[in-house]
Structure formats: structure tokens, C-alpha cells
Design a protein around this ligand. Structure first.
Ligand code: 5AD
Ligand code: SF4
Length: 364
């Protein structure tokens, strides 16, 4: 059998995609191995959410190429870097990539790797089930809509079948995955069923229903990633409260505490609305813990604005915060409108303050 090495950068969606990619190459006669130097094929599943992630992918392409003097190894690049290039209708971005990396044999679209293939799942831990991909939100800093396109939900029954199948295979835990997991199904729900939540008009999501159906199965724990505050409806809170096998650690990114910064991020809620939402969640779901994502150093975030973020962290007492230094991404609104004005040293300082406060529990 030929050997494939798969390197995954980025989020849990990419991890789940890599399981499908593994099957895709299995079907073509490849088995996976751990040592890329002995591989016939190296597949790099890329992330471009921040410049640092993008650079890691470039670093690996160059490293493999340097070693590959006899051209024995084929290199395939997939994931979000490829996604952005393939979605550019003019073909310019793909050409740029091809010219910059002539050693890459193929830029593989993840859309070519169907959901119909049964992923070769990582047997350890929870079974990852993708329920939707793409995102319609256009947070001003975020490259994901350009990389993964608009939100497309998988059919409800197909997901339930997948959940039953993994439980039959012996998994005890399930993670439901989507870029905007709790707006699942709003692309095919009744378009007249609009409601206003946190000041935004939303199509009703089928996520509470889906989560409930999965929680009713014989499963020890169901988790879901990542939620947006404005799709965290009362109906969803009710479902979580009702089923003790739904994970009590909820991931709910807030990104920033200052209202002006939130507006410029196009997050569509104010600080107080986020605090109220978490208050409601804590009141209705016993023993709930919250983790979050934060961005420090977004354009226009002065000291006063940053202290609003600190204030949210103090008030909510998050379990974990994933703190990200702002990184302008070409093609996003924030990169077009504003410069990257906060120096790296200042971003680091803010990162440390939040890390000490939330993750190391050091109170100043
Ligand atoms: N710069 C820094 N962090 C970012 N994130 C998304 N885009 C950027 C960016 N341009 C962060 C957000 C998001 C997480 C997945 O990555 O906090 O929730
Ligand atoms: Fe990175 Fe976003 Fe792509 Fe996930 S969806 S791999 S975070 S760019």
C-alpha cells in the first residue's frame, strides 16, 4: 500500500475534515503513516485564520520540498488556504498560489471530499460530526466566509444516522461541529419564521431540535462548537437544561467588551447584551461553565476599550479563554478599512493580562 501523511492545522472543523480526507485517500489505496519523510503523499490541511497559522503551513510545504530532492513525495494542499483560492472566480488567487508553490502537485478542494464517505475516525475520544460548513455572518476580521463559503447545513436525518452509527461503533461522546453551529438549518428552515434575538433578525434555527434528538440517543456526552451569541436562543437554553448528557462546558466567543469595537467587528451585540445572555444561561443551566474566544488589539481598541474586555472577563469568570492577537487578513472588511495600528508588544501585554486573569486565575 502507498503511504499518506496528513498534517492538520487549525480548528476542530479541520480535524474532522482530515478524518474524511483520510478515507478519501484510503479509497485510492493509501494508508496513513506518522513519519512524513517515508510518505508517498503529504497532505497539508491548512488554516489561515491568523498570519501565524498561514505561515506554519508555508513552512511545512517548504520543509517537505527541501527534503524531497528526488521528487518521490507528492504534495497536496487543502483546507482554508486552498478554499480562498478556489472560491476566487477570477482564478487569480489560485494562479498566485501555483506560482508561489510550484512544488505542490494539487490544490484539493475540501468540497470534493464528500460527506457521504464514512470518515476514518480517530478512535480515541469523541466522535466528531460535522453538521454544517461555511458561515454567513461576516464578522469584519474573519476570513472564514471567504475560505468556506456560505453556510450549508447537512440534512437532519443524515446527521442523526451518523450519530447512531458512531454509537454503534462504540463511541460514547459526540461533538457536533459547525462554524456557526447553533444557526444549523437556518438555510432550509421556513423563511417566514423570523425572530429577533439580541437585536438581530434571524431565521429560526433547527439546532435545538437536532441537539435534542442527539441527546435522546444512548450517548454519555454531546458537545457542540462553535456557538454565536445571537443564535443562542431560549429554546436552545431549554434543551441544554433538560438533558444532563449535554456538555455543561459551553463555548461562547465574545471577542471584545467595548461596544464601539464590537460594532466595528460587526458582531451585532453590545457588551451588556452578552452579559445578559450569559446571566440567563447561568440561571437556567445548573453547573454551566463557559469558555470563550477573545481578540486583543483590534483596530481602534484603546486602553479604555481593552478594559471593557477585562471587565467582561472579571464578571463572567470564564473557565478558559482562547486569546488571539488581531491579525489583518487580506480580503476581510477590517483589513480593508483599517491599518494594524496596535503594536505587537501592546497586543502581547493585553494577551498576558487576560491570560493571567482567566487562564492562570491570577487576580490583580
Ligand atoms: N485575527 C485574530 N484572531 C482572529 N480570529 C478570527 N479571525 C481573527 C483575526 N483576523 C479568532 C476569533 C475566533 C477564533 C476562531 O479566531 O477569536 O473566534
Ligand atoms: Fe482556520 Fe477558520 Fe479554516 Fe478553521 S475554518 S481551519 S479556524 S481558517
Amino acid at each position: 500500500m502507498k503511504k499518506v501523511y496528513i498534517k492538520t492545522f487549525g480548528c476542530v472543523q479541520n480535524t474532522a475534515d482530515s478524518e474524511r480526507i483520510k478515507t478519501y485517500y484510503w479509497d485510492k489505496g493509501y494508508e496513513e503513516l506518522e513519519d512524513w519523510k517515508k510518505a508517498d503523499l503529504v497532505v497539508i490541511n491548512t488554516c489561515i485564520i491568523r498570519e501565524s497559522a498561514e505561515n506554519r503551513a508555508y513552512g511545512l510545504i517548504n520543509k517537505v520540498n527541501k527534503f524531497n530532492t528526488n521528487q518521490k513525495i507528492k504534495i497536496v494542499v487543502t483546507g482554508c488556504l486552498t478554499g480562498v483560492a478556489l472560491r476566487d472566480k477570477s482564478g487569480k488567487k489560485l494562479n498566485e498560489l501555483k506560482n508561489r508553490f510550484p512544488m505542490v502537485d494539487e490544490f484539493l478542494s475540501i468540497d470534493k471530499v464528500s460527506y457521504q464517505i464514512d470518515p476514518l475516525r480517530n478512535k480515541r475520544g469523541a466522535a466528531l460530526i460535522i453538521i454544517s460548513s461555511g458561515c454567513n455572518n461576516f464578522c469584519s476580521y474573519c476570513i472564514v466566509p471567504m475560505a468556506r463559503g456560505k453556510e450549508i447545513s447537512r440534512p437532519f436525518d443524515e446527521i442523526i444516522l451518523d450519530a447512531k452509527k458512531v454509537l454503534d461503533q462504540g463511541f460514547r461522546e459526540i461533538v457536533l461541529i459547525g462554524q456557526n453551529v447553533n444557526s444549523y438549518g437556518s438555510d432550509f428552515s421556513d423563511k417566514s419564521d423570523i425572530f429577533v434575538h439580541m437585536g438581530k433578525k434571524r431565521f429560526r434555527s433547527l439546532f435545538p431540535k437536532l441537539l435534542e434528538e442527539v441527546a435522546k440517543l444512548k450517548v454519555d456526552k454531546v458537545s457542540f462548537l462553535s456557538s454565536n451569541p445571537w443564535d443562542f436562543s431560549d429554546e436552545l437554553i431549554e434543551v441544554i437544561a433538560k438533558y444532563p448528557n449535554i456538555d455543561r462546558l459551553l463555548h461562547l466567543p465574545f471577542q471584545a467588551g467595548d461596544d464601539e469595537v464590537l460594532k466595528n467587528m460587526n458582531r451585532g451585540y453590545a457588551k451588556q447584551e452578552y452579559l445578559d445572555l450569559v446571566g440567563k444561561i447561568k440561571k437556567n443551566i445548573k453547573d454551566v461553565k463557559i469558555s470563550t474566544d477573545v481578540i486583543v488589539g483590534f483596530p481602534g481598541e484603546d486602553e479604555k476599550a481593552f478594559l471593557e474586555t477585562v471587565d467582561v472577563c472579571k464578571k463572567i469568570k470564564f473557565d478558559i479563554a482562547y486569546i488571539n492577537k488581531y491579525s489583518p487578513r487580506k480580503g476581510t472588511v477590517s483589513a480593508k478599512l483599517w491599518g494594524d495600528e496596535i503594536p505587537q508588544s501592546e497586543k502581547k501585554r493585553r494577551w498576558k493580562i487576560l491570560d493571567d486573569l482567566v487562564n492562570k486565575k491570577i487576580l490583580s
